[in-house]
Design a protein. Structure first.
Length: 108
């Protein structure tokens, strides 16, 4: 849940502007993250295994297509596992940078 919420927050941030050609696809990914939060919350708080097991995930067709379109537009390979090598801690780094910026702004 934390990862999906953080990802949505980073997509919403205006510090890193997205190219106009991929902005609609970023919105699709962000909306997918938010939609999955409800399902994840239900799973985390499920009273039993059966309830969690039978939760239905939102349709991921549009987000998967958007992710591939973003890769195509930015010249990144379609194999997300191969192209993400070395960036596994990307969220953590971006969150740390964001927190440092916010802290610096609150001091000033």
């Amino acid at each position: 849940m934390t990862s999906r919420q953080t990802e949505a927050e980073l997509f919403d941030g205006d510090y890193y502007p997205w190219p106009e050609s991929i902005a609609p696809h970023i919105t699709t990914l962000r909306d997918s993250d938010v939609a999955s939060l409800g399902i994840l919350s239900t799973i985390v708080n499920a009273p039993d295994y059966e309830t969690a097991k039978y939760m239905v995930w939102p349709d991921m067709t549009a987000p998967q297509a958007s992710a591939q379109e973003i890769c195509f537009q930015l010249g990144i390979g379609a194999d997300t596992q191969a192209t993400c090598v070395g960036y596994e801690a990307g969220h953590e780094a971006l969150v740390a940078e964001r927190n440092e910026r916010q802290e610096a702004l609150s001091i000033e």
